[in-house]
Design a protein around this ligand. Structure first.
Ligand code: FAD
Length: 491
């Protein structure tokens, strides 16, 4: 008889783990703090508009295929490739770059600023491909029982990549490209990991290979939330219940076994095995009161940026704007190095705009547009006060109107703003950090909070702040790794 499993959190990590386990015969139930599933991969319906509130695309589609195959289900949602992947506009020029996957077509746009762009890009991607092939399967998709086991695995990586360990993302990009435009655009992908190219290890330049050559980016038909709806439907078929509005606040233990978890209404939740999808570092501190994860210690760790997000319904169309768009200033290095630790009002923020209704017309009324802005900002350790949020948002909307040559301010019929305070409070994200723990060398692999608990033999973790890291496909890998651990449990 298989054991019972309680999953704490209905984020993508919790949902995927629950389905993999239910399909293996475990008796699974999920509890979730909020009133709907998805966690950061969520949806807001308001004033006739539908907004994806967090992720707006994904890469490494084969990880979702692996998940569907493992669960023996049809792919629970439909997705389509994006090309151009995204656009980039700098305040220093009216030109908008379209980031096509076709390198020859892409190179055309750099012909005035970066001589031999195509040759350089192909060389850069060749290196990214070698990094990808020599590390992803060997290092990232593995469970490690100790730091020693991790270091032994690292020693198996082709030594040709050794020098890259001593560089950051920016330094690596600068070895291939000389113009500001090319360097800043190619290194933008570091922001997708929630930090900047100046503090992201160069090994992540393999992401450039995943975006341009290996697999690209995808959008989901009907909006990203269809991923959640699809998996929740499969869970329903397996009789997995999700109890909403239930937050774990305490626990009862019996030696090295967790006896039960306790919710905000003092209800006790018992199961043979617990999988925590709440942030793996802060749950250990806030709930299990582990000294290694005290508030003070958590604050000393390196976290990804806080998101300031804006959801806008417009009563007009924006045909000139693509699906994914980045709007950058002309002080890239200075901005990246300073802004994420500043405490005051942001000056000339950099931001990203997603036009959800462009590929998904059902997400906005006829003739209207559903827009989602993300502005990476300091987390709540640095900028605690968000009374100036309207001022910051207005400066972004004003700047956007100028860049697209269309005043959107009179067209706004729906507006919602989430600051890092909202992100923190909704999903228990430490200090409102959007993507969880950063991916610096000492916070990845065996140095990241493990997916098994140090004390309780029956407690495991899944999601962005445990192994392997953040992002939707990586969280799918996380669910696979934690299930492998649970399957090896000896009762
Ligand atoms: C603004 C933004 C944009 C992003 N864009 C992208 C993108 O385009 N592509 C991409 O791949 N990734 C993107 N990401 C990252 C991606 O959203 C995350 O990596 C992923 O969703 C993390 O999933 P998770 O299951 O680890 O955690 P979560 O989604 O945080 O799920 C954890 C769940 O646990 C619940 N919970 C927490 N504490 C408790 C408790 N004590 N009791 C009960 N329940 C609890 C929470 O409410 C939540 O539902 C983005 C993130 C943000 C914030």
């Amino acid at each position: 008889m298989k054991k019972s499993v309680l999953v704490v959190g209905a984020g993508i990590g919790g949902l995927a783990t629950a389905l993999r386990l239910a399909k293996r015969g475990y008796k699974v139930e999920i509890i979730e703090k909020n009133s709907q599933a998805g966690g950061r991969l969520n949806q807001l319906k308001k004033d006739g508009f539908t907004f994806d509130t967090g992720p707006s695309f994904f890469s490494m589609s084969y990880e979702f295929k692996e998940f569907a195959k493992d669960c023996n289900i049809e792919m629970p949602f439909k997705y389509m490739a994006l090309d151009p992947l995204y656009t980039v506009n700098f305040s220093r020029s009216p030109k908008t770059y379209r980031l096509y996957k076709d390198i020859h077509k892409l190179a055309e746009q750099f012909k005035d600023v970066e001589p031999d762009f195509e040759i350089k890009m192909r060389k850069y991607l060749k290196n990214g491909k070698a990094l990808f092939n020599d590390t992803v399967d060997i290092v990232i998709k593995e469970n490690y029982n100790s730091v020693l086991a991790y270091l032994i695995t690292l020693m198996k990586v082709n030594p040709v990549h050794l020098p890259i360990l001593f560089r950051n993302f920016w330094q690596q990009v600068c070895r291939y490209f000389s113009s500001d435009d090319a360097r800043e655009i190619i290194s933008l992908v570091a922001f997708f990991l929630g930090r900047t190219p100046f503090d992201t290890p160069a090994v992540y330049t393999l992401l450039s290979y995943t975006e341009f050559e290996h697999d690209g980016y995808y959008n989901v038909e009907g909006g990203m939330y269809k991923i959640v709806e699809g998996i929740v439907e499969e869970l329903r078929k397996e009789n997995v219940t999700i109890t909403y509005n239930t937050e774990i606040v305490d626990f009862v233990a019996n030696g090295r076994k967790l006896d039960c978890l306790v919710d905000q209404n003092n209800r006790q939740w018992r199961s043979d095995i617990v999988v925590v999808n709440s942030d793996a570092a802060s749950f250990r501190g806030r709930i299990f009161k582990r000294p290694k994860f005290s508030m003070e210690k958590l604050d000393k760790m390196e976290w990804t940026m806080g998101p300031l997000t804006i959801y806008l319904g417009l009563k007009c169309k924006l045909p000139q704007v693509e699906h994914h768009n980045y709007y950058l200033g002309d002080n890239f290095k200075e901005y990246a190095n300073k802004v994420f630790q500043s405490s005051g009002t942001l000056q000339k923020p950099y931001y990203y705009v997603n036009v959800l209704s462009r590929n998904n017309p059902g997400c906005a009324p006829e003739g209207c547009e559903s827009l989602f802005f993300v502005c990476p900002v300091p987390d709540l350790r640095f900028k605690k006060n968000w009374d100036d949020k309207d001022e910051i948002v207005n400066s972004i909307l004003d700047d956007f109107s100028k860049r697209i040559n269309q005043d959107i301010l009179p067209e706004i019929v729906s507006k919602t703003i989430y600051t890092p305070v909202d992100w923190q409070n909704q999903y228990n994200l430490h200090r409102g950090s959007g993507l969880g723990l950063s991916h610096k060398m000492m916070q990845i692999g065996a140095f990241r909070p493990t997916n098994f608990d140090e004390v309780f033999k029956n407690v495991f973790y899944v999601g962005a702040s445990t192994v392997p890291g953040t992002g939707l496909p990586i969280t799918m890998i996380s669910s696979k790794l934690v299930v492998e651990r649970i399957e090896k449990l000896k009762y």
